[in-house]
Design a protein around this ligand. Structure first.
Ligand code: PHE
Length: 380
């Protein structure tokens, strides 16, 4: 009886030591949270982001993990919406004790998450949130722990405006905007600025909300003003509705948009004839892109990776490379490694400016009834 008790106590001590000692079983894991909009208005964004991240993590684990640790993903549904995204961020930071977050996709969710992550000294890399306020606070100060893997919207808006003018011959534009969506609002502003500075005229601007389903009043104004292009920098769910209704009204004006159009659920029949700026094209012949595409398709039943999958894969690989370079699971060392990184990603080489934004090229894609086609690449 006595020896049995002693044995139990010793066992307990051994278990506790294994859990607490560096090198013990429990410390051999590195958790990475993935905040992805798996439900809500834009589920393809979430699925592709999750799948790109998980593929990168599996590849690292197959090579032995990072710094001897197995990488454990914690995937949360952040819904492209501020409150669910904040709840997910608080959960992974406070309960799961993660030091690293990949996500969110949507700027309006990434911005509030960045405040919480930065305050907790948790590194957040948004693969795809393009609004400037993700990495920079209201006073213009860079948030030390927040990064992204994509270009930002002043550049994306400029590329859209230049394309409309130089390639579509546009002199007039009509802009549609959801004022409550940071991404849409910002991109619309940057487009207007670039378009007017280059000598174009904005002949109409109309606002709608994310809950609207009937765009006929706005589309009547488009028909009345007959602009050379309509700029619609929203996500695919809204683009589908607006362009279906434009088609029914017989509007043939080309629509131009941004990365938010990128989805397997973009309605090709409705959106055909449109163009959008993006981060990547799966048709890009560079071997980095084609290797990634082939591996992704092999892993996920032939599903072609879009820009969200590519950038999630890039953001995760870049984070793990920085952790390896830092030599420790220490977010101050890892952010120093990120500041100095020159990372060769699927979507191009990433180096950070002082606002933690990569300087990268944009790709222009055109929508046809039989798919989204590569058009051109525009360097910064
Ligand atoms: N750039 C968008 C945002 O900031 C998100 C997005 C990126 C959507 C890439 C689709 C493709 O909200």
């Amino acid at each position: 009886m006595k020896s049995y008790k002693l044995f139990s106590v010793l066992m307990l001590v051994a278990i506790l030591m294994a859990a607490c000692t560096p090198g013990g079983a429990a410390s051999k894991e590195l958790k990475i949270a993935v905040l992805a909009p798996l439900s809500g208005p834009v589920p393809t964004f979430g699925e592709m982001t999750r799948d790109g991240t998980l593929m990168a993590i599996e590849e690292w684990n197959a090579k032995g993990g990072v710094l001897g640790m197995t990488i454990v993903p914690i995937v949360e549904d952040s819904q492209c919406t501020p409150d669910p995204a904040l709840n997910a961020a608080n959960k992974v930071i406070n309960n799961d004790k993660v030091h690293y977050i990949i996500g969110e996709v949507c700027s309006k969710a990434s911005i509030p998450v960045s405040e919480v992550a930065n305050a907790a000294k948790v590194i957040q890399i948004s693969p795809t949130s393009t609004n400037p306020s993700v990495t920079v606070d209201a006073n213009g100060v860079t948030k030390p722990y927040i990064y992204r893997a994509c270009f930002i919207d002043p550049f994306q808006g400029l590329v859209g405006a230049k394309f409309a003018m130089d390639n579509l011959g546009a002199k007039t534009a009509f802009v549609m905007v959801d004022q409550a969506n940071d991404y849409v609002k910002g991109l619309a502003e940057f487009f207007k600025k670039a378009f007017t500075e280059a000598g174009g005229t904005i002949v109409g601007e109309e606002s709608y909300t994310a809950n609207d389903t009937d765009f006929s009043a706005i589309l009547s104004k488009v028909a009345d003003t007959s602009p050379d292009v309509v700029y619609l920098p929203d996500y695919y769910n809204i683009v589908n509705l607006v362009m279906q209704q434009a088609k029914e009204k017989g509007i043939t004006t080309p629509f131009v948009g941004g990365d938010g159009w990128d989805s397997a659920d973009l309605d090709l029949n409705a959106a055909a004839g449109g163009y959008f700026t993006n981060h990547y094209s799966p048709e890009d012949p560079r071997p980095e892109v084609q290797n990634f595409r082939n591996n992704f398709e092999a892993k996920y039943d032939g599903k072609t990776p879009d820009a969200l999958a590519a950038l999630a894969y890039d953001a995760t690989n870049m984070l793990l490379a920085a952790i390896e370079k830092a030599g420790a699971d220490d977010t101050d060392k890892v952010r120093a490694a990120l500041d100095a990184i020159e990372f060769s990603a699927v979507s191009g080489v990433i180096t950070f400016d002082s606002a933690h934004n990569p300087i990268k090229s944009a790709t222009i894609l055109s929508v046809t009834t039989d798919g989204i086609k590569f058009n051109s690449v525009v360097a910064p």
